[in-house]
Ligand binder design. Sequence first.
Ligand code: ZN
Length: 249
Amino acid sequence: MHITIWNEYIHEQNNPAVVAVYPRGIHQALAKLLAEPLEKHHGLKAEGLTITTATLEEADHGLTDEVIKKTDVLLWWGHQAHDRVEERIVDRVHRAVMQGMGLIVLHSGHLSKIFTRLMGTTCNLRWREADDRELIWTVHPAHPISRGVPQPLELAAHEMYGEFFDIPVPDELIFVSAFSGGEIFRSGCCFFRGKGRIFYFSPGHETYPVYHQPAIGRILANAACWAYQPERSGIITGHSPNVEKDWWR
Ligand code: ZN
């Protein structure tokens, strides 16, 4: 499995509060966080797993044709610079998702071009940065993404994301978060688009050490394995022969 972690990588270079939490960038923290549970719980050893990163300032935002072709699962973290992501790169990622590339959209990535295009809604929500405690509750215990996740999983302090979250009704709802302010939020949602599997996971505001917590790594590793499909292909559409009459000839 090849995982590519995309991060716009701006806050970590210009905001000391974020540098303190993610000195090497959110993408590097995620790469480190994912490796252990993928090996420990999913049996993926170094030879069967590669994790690379890509950032906004690289050529093609680090998402060249070649990179997208070999990527099985793409993680996406963006916040300040959604507008600076070029449409032709969004087209490329969108095409790959429709053909079966997995996509995990994190936190403020809810407003990214790729996520809003795939959802077809505004993807807006309510928010507050006030050190709320967040409890992440599993509402789909049979789902592979919730395997091994503590009940509830507590984030001692985090940004509040609340309803209404303007997304289509998720195809599968895995987590619902409760905040100390009383709000709730659909914090772990699965969607199917074309042949692609998409997981949105809301935890991960840049000033909190969310991506240093092993339980978060477990969720993201589970999600990567759920979203992974070994083959990429389009959906067959168009003229169809009469299967009853023709299939056996
Ligand atoms: Zn945030």
